[in-house]
Design a protein around this ligand. Structure first.
Ligand code: K1U
Ligand code: ZN
Length: 169
């Protein structure tokens, strides 16, 4: 297993639209293991392949307290969304230290392949539903700060560029 570097906003590669995974082969299984290790080490609840500069439709998540219930979604598709939405506080491993509210569906149903290449349908609510929507946005090249006002987004962009400049020194 390997820790993968996570792209940081405003890296333009975060805006790449991911392509479907063609086969769940050994390369994808290694990528899943590496992404899980990277997500757990970063103390995240989710990670999209886009964030590690792989532009294929693959998400890993674990919203459990014990951090022992990994969920893998390959080629996920939203098949149902609730009528109700709520403003939820979100963070992002690609935008460290920034948290803000995003309006999301309360519940979703997603169809996807699992890590064995088997078709699954997952019904999700609460934090898992929010996480699925956040990660599926990554696969479409969208970062959560793009839901915020241009003023907030520009402030965040400047803060991130400054932090990365200081880290590089
Ligand atoms: O995709 C990512 O960058 C991971 C991100 C997922 C996420 C967090 C919160 C709401 C939606 C999606 C994170 O894991 S950020 C760090 C984190 O663990 C966290 C932050 C806020 C609430 C809960 C967890
Ligand atoms: Zn994110």
């Amino acid at each position: 297993m390997a820790l993968l570097p996570i792209l940081r906003y405003p890296d333009s590669r975060l805006h790449t639209v991911a392509k479907p995974v063609s086969t769940v082969d050994a390369r994808i299984k290694t990528l899943i293991a590496d992404m899980l290790q990277t997500m757990y080490e970063a103390k995240g609840i989710g990670l999209a392949a886009t964030q590690v500069d792989v532009h294929e439709r693959l998400i890993v998540m674990d919203v459990s307290e014990e951090r022992d219930q990994a969920i893998i979604l390959i080629n996920p598709q939203l098949v149902w969304t609730s009528a109700e939405t709520h403003l939820n506080e979100e963070g992002c491993l690609s935008v460290p230290g920034i948290y803000d509210g995003v309006e999301r569906f309360d519940a979703v149903t997603v169809s996807a392949l699992d890590e064995h290449g088997t078709s699954r349908v997952l019904q999700a609510e609460d934090l898992l539903a929010v996480c699925i929507q956040h990660e599926m946005d990554h696969l479409m090249g969208k970062v959560f700060v793009e839901y915020l006002s241009p003023l907030k987004r520009n402030r965040i962009k400047k803060k991130m560029i400054k932090a990365q400049r200081e880290e590089a020194q």
